[in-house]
Design a protein around this ligand. Structure first.
Ligand code: S3P
Length: 174
């Protein structure tokens, strides 16, 4: 089972951490949102606008299932991926699942500064954005916390720490 799934809220750095980790471990890296965009030829924002969130969630689940056959791969999921259908079970049963945890205030700061288009928060600013992040994170936390490992996404030695944890823990969940 040579797969690591990175889960966590929007903006916590799943893709950038995943890329750096994959590079260090000489593994492949994929981001489920990127697969969706490549396969459909439109952005996630456009999928939400043109086809709706439910359609996106169904497609996202299909993409997640495809990743269960990937080898030596770090997989960054979308922030909502584990929270729909039985996706969290799929993740947990097919790889080492790492939750990148970050306090809501820091998440708000990072997503407000990010250039990435995110349909769920597209029209939100200031206090509305803060409330959305706090509420949605609280709802998702129960699911995210089922991960095999919970990592402090603000840890300055995050990549090194994760690499060590992956090496140490992999044998135990194989
Ligand atoms: C979503 C997170 C996004 C993307 C979509 C929905 C969510 O991915 O999948 O906009 O429900 O949290 P990132 O976590 O990579 O921003």
């Amino acid at each position: 089972m040579s797969r690591v799934y990175l889960i966590g809220f929007m903006g916590v750095g799943k893709s950038s951490v995943g890329k750096r980790l994959a590079h260090k471990m000489r593994w492949s890296f994929i981001d489920t949102d990127n697969i969706i965009e490549k396969e459909l030829g439109i952005t996630v924002q456009e999928v939400f606008d043109q086809l709706g969130e439910e359609w996106f969630r169904e497609y996202e689940q299909k993409v997640l299932i495809k990743t269960t056959s990937f080898q030596n791969t770090i997989i960054a999921t979308g922030g909502g991926t584990p929270c729909f259908y039985n996706n969290m079970d799929t993740i947990i049963n097919n790889g080492l699942c790492i939750y990148l945890r970050m306090p809501p205030k820091e998440i708000v700061l990072r997503i407000s500064q990010s250039q990435k288009k995110r349909p769920l928060i597209d029209n939100l600013t200031g206090i509305e954005l803060e409330k959305f992040v706090e509420k949605t994170l609280a709802e998702r936390e129960t699911i995210y916390s089922k991960a095999h490992l919970i990592a402090d996404a603000l840890n300055p030695n995050l990549i090194h720490t994760l690499e060590q944890q992956i090496k140490r823990d992999f044998g135990t969940i194989r």
